[in-house]
Design a protein around this ligand. Sequence first.
Ligand code: AHR
Length: 339
Amino acid sequence: MKKQSKFAALLVLLALLSGSLGACSPFDVGELAGQEDTQQDLVTVGFSQLGSESAWRTANTKSVQDALTTENGFFLLYDNARQLQDQQIKDLRSFISQRVDAIVFCPVEEEGWETVLGEAYEAGVPVIALDRNIATKNQSLLAAFLGEDMRTEGVNAGLWLEKTLQEEGRQDEDIRIAVLEGTEGSSAAEGRSEGFLAIASRNQNWHFAAQADAQFTRAKGREVMKRFLSEFDDIDVVVAQNDEMALGALEAIESAGRLYNEDGRKLILISFDGSREALEAVRDGEIDLDVECNPLSGPALRELIENILSGKSYEKVNYLPEQVFTRENVDEYLDSRAY
Ligand code: AHR
């Protein structure tokens, strides 16, 4: 019998013994056990976060920790892999050996998970990929994916640029684009590149002048942008695949005095995430477009784990709602931005 069905059967048995079947949710384990939140009463979840490279990541970690609390019936084991896939694999193995009820992980890269996920499957531990996805032909290795639609984010960036250049009458002008890419091999970087390229390929006047991995960090964004500016004097558009890199790039652009070209035209800066600091730069006219990447997955994750473990039906692929921010709409969102 799979671990989750054993778990569901145990809950039903507990409910029958307490004579309260139908009166409480299968995850009111604390109540069934007499209000005592000992670890045994709780659903144990191992959460492997990939690192802490950005404000986005901090918000994502907090959202998960705020949702999977003891008050909500969970005991959360948290590990931070500091961008190392080998460390993430070790963390997953440790969760399996601790016989957790479920594993959640944000995969730093897309490839290379088959062996450890096979071990989790054999042990009957359901695994959810959160935020970033994995590349595998064996779909049964993951119980579910919950995260952002990175390809659509890239498409939305491309569509906005296409429309903006048309509105400016520049649809036939040569446009030179520099790209600051996120962690190589991550689904976030791959998806955004793929989506943006889908739109770029139908605009023959768009040229990729420079592209390099800046690892989703501000320091690398600043460093790589500084190099681009010294190598190229005619960049029209910078696409930074997250806010940290965009804010680092902005520092380099401003200190080189290159936010505007000699004709007074502003360099177009596109970013992804929608963090408060970047939205302030959108409001101030420094970042032109910020495509949202939603880090607040905690509540949906909680519901998904509950459905998986109680044997209810659930969607295997779950995308979070996302939108785009420009100077036109950003004021509506800034006040309430928590991260
Ligand atoms: O996977 C989501 C990406 O990773 C976010 O865009 C970025 O800020 C984070 O580091």
